[in-house]
Ligand binder design. Sequence first.
Ligand code: FES
Length: 128
Amino acid sequence: MSVLVVGPADSIGPGEVKSVQVKLGAAPAVIGEAEETGPPGTAAIVVAHTEDGGWYAIGDVCSHGPVLLSEGEFDGCTLECWGHGSRFDLATGVPENLPANVAVPTYPVSIESGQVVIQLGEESDDHA
Ligand code: FES
């Protein structure tokens, strides 16, 4: 398990998302904005701050094709892929409707000293 500081929480208002490309491994780091097909050993992650104050982080690339979910519509607790319209639940990563039928990864989020912090699981480390 490794921890990633994404940035200041007050830079992501309610109803907003932040999309980042993350270098995985023992010392993960944000290396830029998310890419549909990032370099090996990295992952695209979107942090979402819901209107009701919730914080979520999921994989930013749609499981159906190379489309960034952060570029789709953010509604309630879902992000809709603009490619073919699948809506992904931010809490579970599971698509609520076809054509996507595979979940994207989810990451626990906490706010610590005003910073958005994500826990990257062992599965993510395996790809570093
Ligand atoms: S690329 Fe996202 S639903 Fe098809």
